[in-house]
Design a binder for this molecule. Structure first.
Ligand SMILES: Cc1cc2nc3c(=O)[nH]c(=O)nc-3n(C[C@H](O)[C@H](O)[C@H](O)COP(=O)(O)OP(=O)(O)OC[C@H]3O[C@@H](n4cnc5c(N)ncnc54)[C@H](O)[C@@H]3O)c2cc1C
Length: 445
């Protein structure tokens, strides 16, 4: 669907967008709509980045589990703008929690009563800490504390030991202690806004036919507006001379008036040697975890839950996500799809382990959590990997948060690590990309 064309600018610019993930495509679409000429450089053969898809039973599905919260208004507005608003389904979802070798229902008032690992004191702590964080409106006041520090300081030790400690360790490994309280606040505030009014669980949003449809719709609108996608063209260097940008990429180089980057901040620091020393010093502390995402396609359901948090640090993954307990298996030819979520620090040996060795670690643990896996037939298995999958956001992050205007004339950035105080997500990729494109356009004479 084409939005009304904007009047052509007096002097259209040639703009390079680095990265063909959601943020890059949204930014490119905006810049093209304003009448500029845009080339999107993407490292891999396909656009979409973290919302890339593959196929199960003839139906597209994300390589990494994805859903929306009801607070994801920027994403919904993008889908509407592309004529796909009516394709988002808001479906109930059930959460589980794996602790002490057992699987419990989790996330509703009724399930809390049966969640014995917390004991009475821990249950009270969970309720009190959640209510306190939910009612804190000024995240700036929380910036000086770590999540773990705050839980300890306020006497929420049981909930730290059973719930948040294991979950933080699963996601951030030895760096769990550094994670800022704002991260925990964001999780609780966002999730509570997605709660079903009945108190029976959450409603989460899914795009019928996968979130890849939004990527496809953006790609076709970019093409119809004269934009160009260059797949399999990783950018190697972007340097400025005489007011223009020379972008060097695999197979060639070209000049542009402006550059909008959507790659991870460590990658941006590598690509642009001319970043001011002050910015370089501040941003070089920004780091990420990588993601390993094993996917099993099996012939039967394995648990009752969509999303199971794994509160057990001896398990090799932090989430067991049974997609087909949320989206019907009939859409995938009757197959059942389970994602395991394993975030690893870049120096974790698992990151470079061959798939075969990783499956030897994952499968016995998945069977421990879901014994039905022993009887199930594994029809397919896939192991997807993503670099720079989750920024690690510590205390006082706003002091190092890179702005969309990088400080180098003509260079803009809309990266996942610029999403704050919320945690990364498709919604915020749309939002930050729109902000960066708007800043670029408003800086033009
Ligand atoms: C495991 C996992 C689960 C998630 N679950 C959800 C969820 O449930 N809901 C939700 O909303 N969000 C979820 N997300 C987050 C969501 O996918 C991201 O926030 C969003 O897709 C980020 O888009 P992006 O364009 O900013 O980044 P990316 O998708 O990372 O795009 C960056 C692009 O830049 C390219 N690139 C990198 N270097 C170069 C280079 N040198 N030259 C050219 N191109 C380059 C990359 O290949 C990539 O395509 C999840 C993410 C992960 C990893």
């Amino acid at each position: 669907m084409l939005a009304d064309p904007a009047p052509a600018p007096k002097s259209p610019r040639r703009i390079a967008v680095v990265g063909g993930g959601l943020a890059g495509l949204v930014a490119a679409d905006r810049l093209l709509a304003a009448g500029h000429s845009v080339v999107v450089f993407e490292k891999y053969p396909e656009a979409g980045g973290l919302v890339g898809t593959f196929s199960v039973g003839g139906e597209a599905i994300e390589r990494f589990y994805h859903h929306l919260f009801t607070s994801d208004v920027d994403y919904v507005s993008l889908a509407e703008d592309l004529g796909l608003g009516g394709e988002i389904e808001w479906l109930p979802s059930k959460m589980g929690f794996y602790s002490g070798g057992r699987l419990y229902p989790f996330g509703t008032p009724a399930s809390l009563l049966g969640f014995s690992p917390l004991g009475v004191k821990g249950r009270l702590e969970l309720v009190l800490s959640t209510l306190r964080l939910r009612h804190m409106s000024d995240w700036r006041a929380l910036e000086g504390e770590t999540a773990i520090g705050w839980l300890k300081k306020n006497g929420y030790g049981r909930v730290l030991d059973v719930v948040w400690g294991p979950l933080l360790t699963q996601k951030y490994g030895r760096r769990a202690e550094e994670v800022g309280l704002v991260w925990l606040w964001g999780k609780i505030a966002l999730r509570s806004r997605s709660r079903d009014k009945t108190g029976l669980g959450e409603r989460l949003g899914y795009m019928r036919g996968s979130f890849g449809r939004v990527v496809e719709a953006l790609l076709s609108r970019i093409a119809s507006r004269g934009g160009e996608l260059r797949p399999a063209r990783p950018v190697k260097l972007a340097s400025r001379s005489d007011g223009r940008w020379l972008v060097e990429f695999r197979g060639g180089s070209e000049t542009f008036d402006l550059v909008l980057s959507t790659v991870a901040i460590p990658e941006l620091l590598r690509l642009v040697p001319d970043l001011p020393a002050e910015a370089r010093a501040a941003w070089s502390g920004i780091s990420y975890t990588h993601a390993l995402c094993p996917v099993l396609v099996v012939d039967r359901p394995l648990t009752r839950f969509y999303w199971t948090n794994v509160g057990d640090v001896t398990m090799p993954f932090g989430g067991f996500i049974e997609h087909t307990n949320y989206i019907p298996s009939s859409r995938y030819g009757g197959n059942h799809v389970i994602y395991l979520s394993d975030y690893v620090l870049p120096d974790d040996p698992k990151w470079t382990m061959p798939d075969r060795d990783l499956w030897e670690i994952y499968l016995p643990a998945a069977t421990r959590l879901a014994p039905e896996l022993e009887r199930a037939r594994i029809l397919e298995r896939h192991l997807f990997r993503a670099e720079y999958a989750q920024p690690i956001v510590g205390t006082h992050y706003s002091r190092v948060l890179p702005p969309v205007r990088t400080g180098v004339p003509g260079l803009y950035s809309a990266a996942m690590a610029q999403v704050y105080p919320e945690d990364r997500g498709q919604n915020y990729a749309v939002k930050i990309a729109r902000e960066a494109a708007a800043a670029l356009l408003s800086d033009l004479p």
